[in-house]
Design a protein around this ligand. Structure first.
Ligand SMILES: *Cc1c(COP(=O)(O)O)cnc(C)c1O
Length: 214
């Protein structure tokens, strides 16, 4: 299926100015990414380290690459030189490894901490106490900057449930913010409108733009 450029343009026109769009291009070919790039999109999200490394080498250098998947500590080094934002930092261990790799490069890598808000145990993320601990720890780490929080709601048709989960994430964001955050990343193809209503400033949209994945 081809890229839905019509949907892209209507989405960009309708998003509130404070909400950023990350086009989630995982598993999609470079041509599809280039098509949105040509329409002005610069922020793209990927879930797989090797795929992201390959694409970043092949596509325009001014693309801002967001890593949005579950990141294993031993792979941080491959992304550290160029990644724009690591969304989904789900453990202190990972945060420390990002800091270490960033220090080697003399970089400060922006990150979002992932909160576990869904019912599914399979989804990653920290609880409220772990988040607080990570935010504290980050203050003494020169290689990372915590720009905010990220979360994924349950995969369910129960909209009240999804709304409740986003509201919980927004509450945690406000509680930890103290003026230092700039990004609350929540909302995907199926629930981005609910996420924006709950206070999202960054939506991560894949299948509505690029078609469904296999
Ligand atoms: C795949 C993915 C998305 C995009 O999902 P769609 O439903 O295709 O919009 C957003 N966020 C994360 C973390 C993902 O893994």
């Amino acid at each position: 299926m081809a890229v839905n450029t019509e949907f892209y343009q209507s989405l960009v026109a309708q998003l509130p100015p404070e909400v950023q769009l990350v086009a989630v291009s995982k598993t999609k070919p470079n041509n599809d990414i280039q098509a949105l790039y040509d329409l002005g999109q610069r922020d793209f999200g990927e879930n797989y380290v090797q795929e992201l490394v390959d694409k970043s080498a092949q596509l325009p250098q001014d693309i801002r690459w967001h890593f949005i998947g579950h990141l294993q500590s031993n792979k941080v080094k491959y992304l550290a030189p160029f990644v724009h934002l690591i969304q989904g930092v789900d453990s202190l261990k990972l945060l420390l490894e990002i800091n270490k790799q960033a220090n080697k490069l003399g970089r400060v890598i922006p990150v979002l901490l992932q909160m576990h808000i869904a019912q599914e145990e399979s989804k990653f993320g920290m609880d409220a106490a772990e988040l607080e601990q990570a935010v504290e720890a980050a203050q003494n780490l020169s290689g990372v900057r915590v720009d905010g929080l990220m979360g994924m709601a349950s995969f369910t048709h129960n909209l009240d449930q999804v709304k409740e989960e986003f509201t919980r994430l927004k509450y945690q964001y406000d509680a930890l913010n103290k003026g230092r955050f700039r990004c609350l990343s929540m909302g995907m193809s199926g629930d981005y409108a609910l996420a924006i209503a709950a206070g999202s400033t960054c939506v991560r949209i894949g299948s509505l733009l690029f078609g469904s994945r296999n």
